[in-house]
Design a protein around this ligand. Structure first.
Ligand SMILES: N[C@@H](CCC[C@H](N)C(=O)O)C(=O)O
Length: 327
């Protein structure tokens, strides 16, 4: 018989490491940010879910880990090697996780908030006209600072190349799939847009219909994208001449994000929405507009179609508070 005195001393269960975090948001798409400057933090999906839990944790649509790009490469993610080969100055990497613990390639609002976080840590300086190049799972992203239309600092991100996975046929038809939202009697045509992460954009006829949508359950997309998708519901609001005479388009949208649910904003989604509306206009024989303001429930974003099939996203980024937790 083994007595308690004979038993091997048991190792106490490992305590989760104390994490210092910052809470931030971009047009109310909110994130828990963690600085892992040594690159040795192994965040599990369960820990991400606990951090983003709005009742039991800090709360957020996602978690952003700032880590050395070299550490992501050492962990076996070849995209980090590609980032460093393309831009050796991209020494910091945005490791983005959705609230459900899944990994996402890209987050447009996240890049801006990441940049504000890097500035707060003294790892980036943009106020003197500099730019930050950072690594993401969708490749290198470059960020600069400007004054937004409301007079506050905005961050403008070169979002890289965008594409229509449905190719020229989808471009001409303006659709390559169909989306069904709860309460609709039939699915509606939709256009897939790739921003490094997947999007599916559906046009609605009125802002009242947009406001009344039930997005408490995920819209159904057919054919089902292999890795899921973010769904943007958009209302084109028309075009007008800006002060400098250039024509500017306006769009209102709501979004149901892969791995999260409905959010107040999605940066890559805003870019997808603007580019879909631009594609539909071109398919209808209209001159394409290159600058768009996208109204989301959480604020306002600007999208520009850049030469060479690239796009730019601009908008605010706010850091709200810091704290410590053991997820
Ligand atoms: N909110 C983000 C997108 C975050 C990732 C997305 N949910 C996905 O799984 O692709 C943005 O601002 O772009």
């Amino acid at each position: 018989m083994t007595t308690q005195a004979d038993a091997e001393p048991t190792t106490p269960p490992a305590q989760p490491r104390t994490l210092r975090f910052t809470k931030g948001h971009g047009t109310h798409n909110d994130f828990v940010l963690v600085a892992d400057t040594r690159g040795d933090l192994d965040l599990t999906p369960e820990q991400v879910r606990r951090l983003t839990d709005r009742r039991g944790g800090v709360g957020g649509d996602g978690v952003i880990r700032l880590a050395p790009t070299a550490a992501i490469a050492r962990a076996g993610e070849s995209i980090a090697d590609e980032v460093l080969a393309q831009e050796p100055g991209a020494i910091w990497f945005m490791d983005y996780r959705n609230a459900d613990g899944s990994v996402a390639e890209m987050c447009g609002n996240g890049v801006r908030v990441f940049t504000a976080f890097a500035e707060s840590l003294g790892l980036a300086r943009l106020d003197d006209g500099g730019e930050l190049a950072l690594g993401t799972r969708a490749g290198v992203r470059r960020v600069r600072k400007e004054q937004g239309p409301d007079g506050t600092p905005w961050y403008a991100v070169d979002m890289g190349a965008w594409l229509l996975p449905g190719g020229p046929e989808a471009e001409a038809a303006g659709a390559d799939s169909a989306v069904a939202v709860r309460g609709w009697s039939a699915p509606r045509p939709a256009l897939s847009v790739d921003l490094g992460n997947p999007h599916t954009v559906v046009a609605l006829a009125s802002v009242d219909e947009l406001a009344g949508l039930d997005l408490t359950v995920a819209p159904q997309v057919a054919p089902a994208p292999p890795h899921g998708t973010n769904v943007e519901l958009v209302v084109p609001l028309g075009e007008s001449a800006a002060e400098d005479g250039a024509v500017v388009g306006r769009v209102r949208m709501r979004v149901h994000e892969r791995g999260v649910g409905e959010t107040q904003s999605c940066g890559t989604g805003a870019v997808a929405a603007a580019l879909a509306v631009r594609t539909w206009a071109a398919a209808g024989g209209r001159e394409p507009v290159d600058t768009w303001f996208v109204e989301v429930p959480g604020g306002l974003l600007r999208v520009r179609a850049l030469p060479g099939g690239r796009a730019e996203l601009a908008g605010p980024a706010q850091l709200v508070f810091t704290g410590e937790t053991r997820p």
